[in-house]
Design a protein around this ligand. Sequence first.
Ligand code: IPE
Ligand code: IPE
Ligand code: MG
Length: 233
Amino acid sequence: MGEAQQQRLPVHVGIVMDGNGRWAKKRLLPRVIGHQAGMKALERVIDAAKELGIRYLSVYAFSTENWRRPSSEVQGLMGLFRYYLKGKMEQMHRRNARVRFAGRMDAFPQDILKITGEAEQRTRGNDGIDVIFCTNYGGRQEILDAVSKLIASGQDGPVTEERLRGFMYVPDVPDPDLLIRTGGELRMSNFWLWEGAYSEYYFTDVLWPDFERSELERALASYAGRERRYGAA
Ligand code: IPE
Ligand code: IPE
Ligand code: MG
């Protein structure tokens, strides 16, 4: 990466990891095998992001709408989630990654909550990269949850952006600078609705299990060439 590009590196990159099902279908394999291949891609991308100097990486792993899928696929995903969390958290810790979760976590079974809670605790002091797993995440739901918490807090006074932000799932994480979606669809599917107001978008047809470091670098190069104005002249 050139020096100029290094200077224009996004602080927070978010990824909609889409295309696992189609990747499997092309190979006449069950969808869950596509999700398994997607987990491998995620490991590669976490390593690459850390090496490239990305400070926050958020990944859309399961949306509030993904419960609409057949229960066999949802169960397969929960199984992979357990396997991944148990097997990889120690590795993430050794790599100085702080693991966090954003979403309506209370929908998950108790054993998963135990592992996610432990992972957050164990990696709390790490400062190499924050990896935010957006699980049972929905942007609209996050805003509703924040409004509910604000009301429940009993504080009065005007509702400002800053106050509402304080009730979001990961309020200390800066808004995503760059949002990447793999798999060819040109939509965000309820990802970071509030936080993504001024994010730069990058779409690629590459299916998530095929996503390599070089693809990430391509997205970063595209980002580096953009001018962000935030409504100013
Ligand atoms: C994304 O891949 C992973 C999850 C939503 C969990 P998909 O499963 O949506 O893959 P496609 O879009 O059907 O190819
Ligand atoms: C978005 O992908 C959610 C995740 C990648 C976790 P979907 O495959 O669920 O989105 P739609 O259905 O194509 O909008
Ligand atoms: Mg999809």
